[in-house]
Design a protein around this ligand. Structure first.
Ligand code: ADP
Length: 609
């Protein structure tokens, strides 16, 4: 197996390796793709041979003075052969798409699954996301490399086989002539390509002109400008501006056309030279009596076809090289190393009714590309069963702390320990089973309410209703058109409902309760709740987190009263810690921030009164 190299400039996988990769995928997922490709190659070669031989054979038969009956049979045989080959080719082409699409979709599923299950830091890494988007594009439709490569490989193989047959045939007339024809066809292709790629090489210049033209057009069609255009008489000025850029585009196209004209002239000149030399040679042989009329016609048509195969091969190789670069991008993405251990990590079973201790030992974290640590040398032990609150200003690093705690990120320095053991050794998906969390950005799945709460189709109804009650959303679910069987979201279901932000947040709380993990994490769980629902949640907090260690994040300092310990995060570390009351007594930053919030709410209340 090839190992991915680290050089980012060069593709890791070459053309042969990428073709082999696609063939192995087709062999595994849809063998019909390979069979149909082989069939199409045979058809293409058979058709070109039949077309090549039909006239010389008929001439030969006429020369031999065969009877009209025999001649008719011969022509009918050729016609039948061609009909069969073309019919088979059409049939295969009509059926080739299914297998090719299947192979592409299987790759696409693999790529999507990888993205869904990859270690969380990748999701926050712009470089990974960019590579993922590129890999997605390779598989996005029938014309992208992930599928179009089959057509290129089939064409290339057909052209190579036909080229070999024609080469052998022409070699009989004289090896020199076949070499000359091949060399001139190749020269014509490369010279033409160089000239024709002029537009591609000047795509930035063309892009700029296009951009300006489109901009002027859009602005002049913009109804918001309609009043200005009239009042300030801008019409003629816009037309003038458009004309100026249209002229630039015209000049650009003329420049390109002139070059294409040279390419066409070069093509004609080389074709004349190539065919002239070949035909001259053949005529000389015929005049010397070394070729029969049938052979003459055969070689004569072979010369024309030969150039076509040579050009085809180079074109196919060019396309294949481009597609191979894209396939390498996809494969490099599929090879992305995972920063966490998953299946290869030690298994970690959640022990029933065991309360875990989690420790952050000298933990620092810096986001990729950031210039400073978000958290720096944090030491924190969450005792089994403790109710911890984490407070701090926006951007202080509260969510980052939670992500480190939950194993969504690994510290850039230091270590996170579960009951004294480094969590990096465990299968990270096992570690996630410990956590019942409600994050700020939640993601309901397009399923029923029940499926969302139970995170699957296997729903324990009694437990689900208990969790809905505890989260304070049971009545709202009962009032839905189909109760707990109501679909969420309208993207997939016409009868789906859109819940309000507050209802959704409570539903996500019910989901966390249903999971019943030994560590409950609530990241600003009241952000979308109205004041009554918020106050109810505070009152019920101990019930919600019974038999669990809990971490509660909030920027509302007053909401931490019911917690055993409060941490104030500031300047990348734990600035203060203690109970709500002890921190107020301390009279430090916490007391200061609390005082500001208290005054703000008190003033707000007075204004309302
Ligand atoms: P809090 O939850 O306290 O509001 P966060 O932990 O979300 O704060 O963010 C702390 C700091 O880290 C902020 O300055 C934020 O801009 C930065 N940050 C958060 N997420 C990322 C990210 N994915 N990439 C880079 N910086 C980030």
């Amino acid at each position: 197996m090839e190992k991915p190299k680290t050089d980012k400039q060069k593709p890791v996988y070459g053309m042969a390796s990428n073709c082999a990769f696609m063939i192995s995928r087709a062999w595994r997922d849809a063998k019909s793709v390979l069979l149909i490709c082989a069939g199409l190659i045979l058809c293409a070669v058979a058709a070109s041979l039949l077309e090549l031989f039909v006239t010389p054979m008929i001439l030969d038969a006429v020369g031999r003075g065969v009877s009209p009956g025999e001649l008719t049979v011969l022509i009918a045989q050729f016609a039948l052969g061609l009909v069969c080959v073309y019919s088979l080719q059409t049939y295969l082409k009509a059926n080739t798409l299914f297998g090719r699409v299947y192979v592409r979709l299987k790759l696409s599923i693999e790529q999507n699954l990888l993205e869904c299950r990859t270690a969380y830091p990748h999701i926050e890494d712009p470089d990974y996301l960019q590579r993922a988007a590129k890999a997605e594009r390779v598989l996005s439709d029938n014309n992208q490399a992930g599928e179009a490569v089959w057509a290129t490989m089939t064409d290339l193989a057909s052209n190579l086989v036909s080229f070999t047959i024609y080469l052998l045939l022409l070699s009989q007339a004289g090896p020199a002539i076949s070499l000359l024809t091949a060399a001139l066809a190749a020269a014509g292709y490369f010279a033409g390509e160089r000239i024709r790629s002029w537009r591609y090489r000047h795509r930035e210049e063309e892009g700029k002109i296009h951009h300006s033209l489109n901009y002027i057009l859009r602005r002049s069609q913009d109804t918001k400008l309609a009043k200005d255009v009239r009042i300030f008489g801008l019409g003629p000025w816009l037309v003038q501006l458009y004309d100026k850029h249209a002229q630039l585009f015209y000049d650009f196209c003329v420049k390109g056309r002139r070059r294409y004209l040279w390419a066409d002239l070069l093509d004609v000149a080389l074709a004349l030279l190539r065919n002239g030399a070949a035909y001259g040679w053949l005529i000389a042989l015929a005049l010397r009596g070394e070729l029969s009329p049938a052979q003459f016609v055969l070689y004569f048509s072979a010369v024309g076809g030969f150039a076509q195969w040579v050009t085809g091969i180079f074109q196919n190789l060019g396309t294949l090289r481009r597609q191979s670069l894209e396939l390498s991008t996809l494969r490099e993405f599929l090879d992305s190393p995972e920063p966490f251990r998953f299946e290869d990590g030690a298994p970690l079973a959640v022990k029933p009714s065991h309360l875990y201790a989690i420790e952050l030992r000298d933990v620092s974290y810096r986001y990729p590309g950031a210039e400073a640590d978000t958290l720096s040398h944090v030491n924190l032990t969450i005792r089994p069963g403790e109710k911890l609150a984490v407070v701090g200003k926006n951007g202080a690093g509260k969510t980052t702390l939670i992500k480190l705690l939950c194993g969504l990120l690994d510290p850039t320095e230091g270590v996170v320990l579960l009951d004294g053991e480094d969590i990096r050794q465990y299968d990270r998906r096992d570690y996630y089973k410990l956590f019942s969390a409600v994050f700020q950005q939640f993601a309901p799945l397009p399923g029923t309410v029940a499926e969302n709460v139970a995170q699957g189709e296997d729903v324990d109804l009694e437990r689900m209703w208990d969790c809905l009650e505890r989260a304070g959303v049971a009545d709202q679910v009962r009032a839905l058109p189909q109760g707990e069987n109501t679909h969420l979201g309208r993207q997939l279901y016409l009868d789906g409902v859109e819940l309000s932000g507050g209802q959704m947040q409570k539903l996500m709380l019910a989901r966390a309760l249903y999971k019943n993990g030994p560590v409950v994490v609530l990241d600003e769980p009241t952000a979308a709740l109205d004041p009554i629902a918020e106050s109810q949640l505070y009152q019920k907090y101990h019930d919600l987190t019974r038999d669990a260690t809990s971490v509660y994040i909030s920027h509302r300092l007053a909401s931490t009263r019911f917690c055993d310990r409060v941490l104030l995060i500031e300047n990348g570390g734990i600035a203060e810690e203690g109970t709500h009351d002890s921190l107020l007594e301390l009279g430090g930053r916490y007391a200061y921030l609390f005082d500001i919030q208290r005054k703000y709410y008190a003033e707000g209340a007075m204004e309302n009164e």
